[in-house]
Design a protein. Sequence first.
Length: 204
Amino acid sequence: MLATDFILKNFNVKTDTNPNYIHNLHRDKLPIVFQELGFKIGVELGTSRGVYAETICQNCAGVKLFTIDPYLPSEHINSSVHDEAKARLAPYNYEMIVKKSNEAVHQFEDESIDFVYIDGNHMYDYTMEDIITWNRKVKLGGIVAGHDYRRYASKISRRWKVIEAINHYTSMHNINPWFIFGKTDTDRRCPSSWMFEKIINDSW
């Protein structure tokens, strides 16, 4: 449990609850953890404009990042969003896969990546499917993580079920410890992220 041990040691996390809260760790600093753990191959689901993908590339030296987003047209997504992501990530070692998550996952061998950061469709079924299918692609000792472990007030966001999906998954698989993080002393509005170390093969 190298990743878990690193987190417990360096962030003084108390494991008296589950999930365990990592105080003062913003998600922008998560790629530094990836670097310290020697991670070299990662996937981000839900890249949109490429802002967080750029953060990963900037803070995890030498990483090869696969960005996955279908860029389906909507009121929030158009060709300019796709173009912005490509321009933002151009200086880095990345590969953009313009597919839905459940299609792109078949391009990866099991246990072939060091980490995945899930920030796609936040409805329960989609979130659970992403956790299940992409967990299989992460190497033992790698990290499965994601965004938006929180409640929102807006009408559409009230339908999001990230909290329920990750709570159910970790409970059914007896994952202990696992972590939430994101709010800091200077930015308490930041949505929390979640993560756990892959320590067992998930073949069901």
